[in-house]
Design a binder for this molecule. Structure first.
Ligand SMILES: Cc1cc2nc3c(=O)[nH]c(=O)nc-3n(C[C@H](O)[C@H](O)[C@H](O)COP(=O)(O)OP(=O)(O)OC[C@H]3O[C@@H](n4cnc5c(N)ncnc54)[C@H](O)[C@@H]3O)c2cc1C
Length: 400
């Protein structure tokens, strides 16, 4: 397993800062394409931050109101998941429990019904798979649904994965592939010479490298380096989650309402989330959040009222200024690559991020799917302009 190393000096072809799903997926993708010398450095324990706290919902369609660049990127990544999960099983022996039962979005009010109808119509008109259900049809699929549910959308192609098993699978796969995994190793500053990466100063000494991938999640803008990392303005957005015991499992689908969601896990846990809070790096679970999340869960499934609450936690979604991921090469610093700001969708976006960043590094390509997410949009020249890309995905309007 990941080790604390006693070396104080290293060299590597590529150093990835951050050992969450994003950093680990990129490392794996690089190694699988034959890159020799890859180090991932992690300031604490691998995969224990947002990637651990998440719900693992892989649902680009459920909240989308337009087929924009973000939607295309998210659908591409979701569609990569079956193969990604199958390969990880072979590489690591871990089943990440990709669940393809689909996602349900339920409506209670006139407003919910109108919103769901709009979403149903645009997605159906554009050829995406979505089904309209009245309340009784929804209850046939999910018998514990409240009598107050009057309609629902079923998204059969939106999935979920057990994100904690995903982290575990990625760690084992990376170890077996020969990626060097350094835990308790914090990147403190980037060494930049003549506008090019020369290395990283870390809590375990200097690492010499010409290529750095910033995948440090909610901490990405805190690494001392170029101004661009600051301009991206990644901030932590706290999300709290509850976990109930539901044995045997009560739900078959991930179930959304406009106020939150329920996620059934195979082992009988029923997760409920979440909050969207600007609370710095304070990871406390609050009484107010427990009450609000439970109320949302009971509105969907009244039976939750009597389920034992067995766990709760909080994590930090990495949100850049405009709420959209930051993916690609820096045009200001040679050898600096961004893979951060995945905000509410980092588990979903992991496979496409891994493949695209590996392509950028190994083939010196710039995949067209990433054009809208380039770090250039935050460069000094464009930093003063209002964000051009903000859309519903970047807003705090809904939780995830
Ligand atoms: C409550 C909640 C629910 C969510 N639900 C979903 C969901 O259902 N579906 C979905 O797709 N997404 C979801 N997300 C979002 C998802 O969790 C994140 O987008 C994703 O985990 C980001 O991955 P990451 O690897 O960038 O960040 P992280 O997992 O946070 O990893 C970053 C790592 O970098 C390390 N690090 C930071 N600074 C340094 C440094 N200087 N040196 C070395 N290491 C450093 C950190 O310790 C951390 O381990 C949710 C998030 C939360 C909080």
């Amino acid at each position: 397993m990941p080790h604390k190393s006693s070396y104080s000096k290293y060299t590597a072809a590529v150093v990835i800062i951050g050992g969450g799903v994003i950093g680990l997926t990129i490392a794996r993708a690089l190694k699988r394409r034959g890159m020799c010398d890859v180090i991932v450095i992690e300031k604490g324990e691998f995969g224990r931050e947002a990637s651990w706290a998440a719900g693992g919902i892989l649902a680009p369609q459920v909240e989308a109101d337009a087929a924009d660049d973000f939607f295309r990127l998210a659908c591409k990544s979701r569609d990569l998941y079956p193969q990604f999960a199958a390969e990880l099983k072979v590489e690591s022996g871990v089943d990440v429990e990709l669940d393809t039962n689909g996602t349900l979005y339920v409506g209670f009010s006139n407003q919910d019904e109108a919103d769901l109808l709009d979403r149903f119509e645009w997605q159906r008109n554009e050829g995406f798979t979505v089904e309209w259900l009245d309340g009784d049809a929804a209850r046939q699929l999910e018998p514990c649904l409240s009598d107050k549910v009057r309609c629902a959308l079923l998204f059969p192609k939106d999935y979920q994965v057990d994100n904690r098993k995903l982290v575990q699978a990625l760690l084992i796969a990376n170890e077996r592939l020969g990626v060097r995994l350094l835990s308790d190793c914090e990147a403190r500053s980037l060494k930049i010479e003549n506008n090019a990466i020369a290395g990283i100063n870390t809590s375990q000494g200097f690492i010499s490298t010409n290529m750095v991938v910033v995948a440090a999640g909610a901490w990405s803008s805190r690494i001392e380096s170029s101004k661009q990392l600051k301009h991206i303005g990644v901030e932590p957005v706290r999300g709290q989650m509850l976990c109930f015991e539901a044995k045997p499992q009560l739900a078959r689908h991930v179930i959304y309402s406009s106020r939150g969601y329920l996620i059934p896990r195979h082992d009988g846990r029923l997760l409920a989330g979440s909050t969207t809070e600007h609370a710095g790096f304070d990871k406390r679970v609050t009484k107010e959040a427990i009450a609000a999340i439970k109320e949302m869960a009971v509105e969907i499934f009244p039976v939750v009222q009597s389920l034992p609450l067995i766990d709760s936690w909080a994590g930090f979604r990495p949100k850049p200024k405009d709420g959209l991921p930051v993916l690609g090469r820096s045009n200001e610093i040679e050898g600096l690559i961004y893979a951060t700001g995945h905000y509410r969708n980092g588990i979903l976006l992991a496979p496409v991020t891994g493949d695209s960043i590996a392509e950028i590094i190994i083939e010196a390509a710039q995949p067209s799917l990433l054009t809208a997410f380039s770090p250039d949009r935050f460069s000094e020249k464009t930093a003063e302009r209002p964000p051009a890309l903000a859309n519903a995905r970047g807003s705090d309007a809904t939780d995830f």
